[in-house]
Ligand binder design. Structure first.
Ligand code: LMR
Length: 404
């Protein structure tokens, strides 16, 4: 796949949009080549001409693989990463963009826009349609691409369709990514897709896998702030428990506003239970109804937030939500699920689950429901995790946040 100069760790070369795999990929079955747009795939220059003073203190380059790279979410996210907003102004990045045969020409367009932004920290852009090549040596894998549920499809069909994709991507990560690679699954149903991916990547630590619930946390923080009439930055300690589905539990019991208990600041239990909670659970669907498509910009912002939360020390006393493996969790949630819980990080890319949150009856009952849903989802995809013979029983056709 690699052509042209490779990046040295200390003095990385400039932006390279590489051509190796794409050269092959753009050979259509009929053997026709498409014309590469000016600049894309061919830009190289002599790195020794760079301003050494500027790059002297830069960290070694990191490789970030992104699936669904030609999609709407990526179209917001890639530019945030390339600008330095996620990893900081001294962290050069290489972007590895995974598309499909259908999206490969669009990927070239994305690469052209990345070039045209003149981001100094963006050192390479590499395009491909083969996960085994695109994930090579990845430090991060952001798995965004997935198919939405089509008309007439049961939840089980959706699990099967996307599960197969995530099993393949898990195998690819297992073979070629760094053992320390952090994997953030966004494509829905993201919790179970993350579990499938993890099961197919035994070389990677199970604790390196996340499914995105930061978008739900951000949505919850905003609504609490609006109700309390305060700036959203004063809302903290918000946990999303469970599945990124309509069974998720936005926790107002342990949340704080301006350091006070949320339930003291918003003294309206009826609103918290009957308005706030379902509003967060179904906000993605309302957005689709109004906008005509799934959330994209806010999802990208929340992916950036979720990554920053792992590479920045968490504020004293606070936490963030991420769906992570339940093995050894302190809340008695069934092991072997990817379940959203309160987490903290020292900023080294790892996390710990925060213990000691108060779980009252209201929370317990709802957390249980989300746990059961995830447990059922796992049974439905067990064959994709190397376990044969489990039966798939979806008792209730629960929905993704984006479905109504
Ligand atoms: C969201 O929460 O906005 C998305 O997960 C919606 C969806 O199903 O695409």
């Amino acid at each position: 796949m690699m052509m042209g100069k490779t990046c040295s760790k200390t003095t990385p070369s400039n932006l390279l949009v590489k051509r190796g795999e794409r050269q092959k990929a753009r050979n259509t079955p009929a053997g026709k080549e498409t014309n590469a747009p000016l600049g894309v795939f061919v830009l190289e220059y002599d790195a020794s001409n760079e301003d050494i003073e500027k790059t002297r203190n830069w960290k070694p380059i990191i490789k970030i693989a992104v699936s669904g790279a030609a999609g709407m979410i990526s179209n917001h996210l890639l530019f945030k990463i390339a600008s330095g907003e996620v990893f900081g102004p001294d962290q050069p990045v290489a972007l590895r963009l995974l598309g499909s045969e259908r999206s490969q020409v669009a990927l070239e367009g994305v690469a052209m826009e990345l070039e045209d932004c003149l981001f100094p920290l963006l050192r390479e852009v590499d395009l491909g349609i083969d996960a085994k090549k695109v994930f090579e040596d990845a430090d991060w894998a952001l798995l965004i691409g997935a198919k939405p549920r089509g008309p007439g499809m049961e939840r089980g069909d959706l699990l099967e369709m996307n599960g197969g994709l995530f099993a393949e991507q898990g195998k690819a990560l297992n073979e070629v990514a760094k053992k320390t690679c952090k994997v953030m699954v966004v494509g829905n149903p993201c919790n179970t897709n993350a579990l499938i991916c993890m099961a197919n990547a035994p070389n990677l630590d199970r604790r390196n896998f996340h499914a995105l619930t930061r978008l739900d946390e951000n949505r919850a923080k905003c609504q609490l702030a609006l109700k309390a009439g305060v700036f959203y930055e004063t809302v903290s300690n918000v946990t999303i428990w469970g599945n990124h589905s309509t069974t998720q539990v936005p926790d107002f019991v342990n949340a704080k506003i301006g350091g006070e208990r949320c339930t003291d600041v918003i003294d309206d239990q009826t609103w918290l239970e009957n308005d706030f909670t379902p509003a967060i659970q179904t906000r993605g669907g309302l957005l689709i109804k109004k906008w005509g498509r799934s959330s994209a910009a806010s999802t990208a912002v929340s992916i950036a937030d979720a990554m920053k939360a792992l590479v920045t020390p968490t504020k004293e006393g606070d936490w963030f939500s991420s769906a992570v493996i339940t093995d050894g969790n302190p809340y008695g949630i069934e092991e072997g699920l990817v379940f959203s819980m309160p987490c903290r990080s020292k900023g080294d890319g790892s996390y710990e689950i925060v213990e000691g949150l108060k779980i009252n009856d209201w929370l317990r009952e709802r957390i249980k429901k989300s746990e059961e849903e995830l447990s059922n989802e796992r049974m439905c995809v067990s064959h994709l995790m190397g376990v044969e013979g489990a039966s798939c029983v979806i008792l209730e056709d629960t929905l993704l946040p984006g479905e109504m």
